[in-house]
Design a protein around this ligand. Sequence first.
Ligand SMILES: [Zn+2]
Length: 307
Amino acid sequence: MTVTIIGSPKCNLHNMGDDHPESPSRLHQINDQVIASGLEYVVHFANANPINKDLLYLAHDKAFVDNVFDKAPTEDYERVWIDEDTIFMSKSLNAALHAAGAVRDAVDMVLSNDTQSAFCAVRPPGHHAGKSFSAGFCVFNNVAVGAKYALDKCGLKRVAIIDFDVHHGDGTQDIVLDDERIMFCSSFQHPFYPFCGDEEARTDIVNVGIPAGTSGEEYRNLISHWFKRLDEFKPELIFISAGFDAHAEDDMGYIRLVEADYAWITNEIKEIAAKHCDGKIVSVLEGGYALSALARSVVAHVKALSG
Ligand SMILES: [Zn+2]
């Protein structure tokens, strides 16, 4: 099955400093591991285009988007905190536009059968960015923009977003909360940053809080009901918020997943996609900060996508 890795060198010009965990090294390490694993001979590669500002308004309030554009520094020496975790420098806005643009491109490619599935190797990540806020290293909600684009611009009626990052996709939930065309399944360490996910939400928002210390086997049991729910929802396209910070080697969280668990969940999602949407999956990188574990997990995920 064809898998395309979509990214842009522009994403790595966003650099919040040597000590910041959300660093350009993340994509460099993924790229190295894709080559070392031999995956580069199996997958296709595509360069992302920046997204048009108007498409960001599909998921975000106009005033928020305009404010980010206004705040973006123009001089190389300038640094601006756009929230308490996320720093903007002169190349950051362009990186964020390419990250969201990669998902838009992935939707176009998957829906036109140019590729069966796509993995967007992008940063900054997106799932903590809500309708009117950036947060947690995230500027624009790449996966939610892609989901809204697929619905509002490409004519789809139902899409699902599955988020297995160690942190709750609070920004995604904020955006999809009142949109019943989108099913959202999120697993996350709980209680943990961003300290939400246990509030009442609509039926097709399926949050699963995971206790610290949970093993891969226990994790699989805890989320096993997702797949029946997804089967009933019948998505026409499946998005994945693919964060790899629930890996046992990642000290950003305290869940004990390994590469085989990421391959397992990818295969479970593929089964639903094969049944309802010709295998169409758009996966988008979120967190993952233990560089070696991140890169090995991405390879396991993309290998599973490619079958
Ligand atoms: Zn995370």
